[in-house]
Design a protein. Structure first.
Length: 261
């Protein structure tokens, strides 16, 4: 039987590819043979990520191309242009990963309307617009995989001022289900991965608070925090032929957090 986890000949786009999780997912896809376009606002960080991914021994063995594209998920025209630019270079898109995100902390009694709107603009509107633009490419192909980055906060609230973030991730969960239903006739799978806390630059402030980390460890069946590679593997699985019969699902990658009360 052919290796059902390989992605040779596939074209993947990772929006938010300069971040810790986005870069790890991009690396995982490239190691499995996909050509990968990583995109974000920060072009210097993107170019650094491209060099790191391209230098990986398994990526070299797979002969995968890795390129950077600049995009602003707050700008509808920028997202549309990204889709055009990727197709112009590669001719198709098989996989889209929506990994861009923003965490806005603050009590729901104190949060400003501007911060609430920013959280939804990045985490929800950005996901919806990118999925819309790349679905337009996938529909005529009658194939594709869309993978959204959600969170355990899709289904679990946070005690310390996380209502805005939790609400956005709940919305991502329903976008995933809704688009899965709409795009199924075109053989397009839409799923999400929902990490708990993962040690990246994005979460470094949390790791400076030992009590916050210990609180998580006390509720984790596996007794450790997540690493970027813990998220990359399930994302690659969802992108692969091995997950062709999975759609509309969020896979929680949380060390067992959501399995217990």
């Amino acid at each position: 039987m052919a290796d059902i986890f390989r992605l040779d000949g596939k074209m993947a786009v990772v929006i938010g590819g300069a971040g810790g999780l986005g870069e790890a997912i991009g690396l995982g896809l490239a190691r499995q043979g996909a050509n990968v376009a990583i995109a974000s606002r920060n072009l210097p960080k993107l170019e650094e990520a491209v060099k790191k991914i391209a230098a990986d021994a398994d990526v070299k063995k797979s002969k995968s191309q890795v390129v950077a594209f600049q995009v602003d998920v707050l700008d509808e025209k920028s997202i549309a242009q990204l889709a055009k630019d990727v197709v112009s270079k590669f001719g198709k898109v098989d996989i889209l990963v929506n990994a861009a995100g923003r965490e806005i902390r603050g009590s729901s009694a104190d949060i400003t309307a501007a911060d609430w709107d920013l959280a939804f603009d990045v985490n929800v509107r950005g996901v919806m617009l990118a999925s819309r633009e790349f679905a337009k490419i996938m529909i005529p192909q009658k194939r594709g995989k869309i993978i959204n980055l959600s969170s355990v906060r899709e289904v679990r609230a946070a005690k310390r001022g996380g209502t805005a973030y939790c609400a956005t991730k709940a919305a991502v969960g329903m976008i995933t289900k809704g688009m899965a239903a709409e795009l199924a006739p075109y053989n397009i799978n839409v799923n999400a991965v929902g990490p708990s806390i993962v040690h990246t630059a994005f979460t470094e402030s949390v790791f400076k608070r030992p009590e916050a980390v210990q609180n998580f460890l006390d509720h984790s069946l596996l007794g450790r925090v997540g690493l970027p590679e813990d998220i990359a593997g399930p994302a690659v699985f969802l992108a692969s032929p091995a997950a062709d019969f999975i759609t509309g699902q969020t896979i929680f990658i949380d060390g067992g957090l959501t399995a217990i009360a």
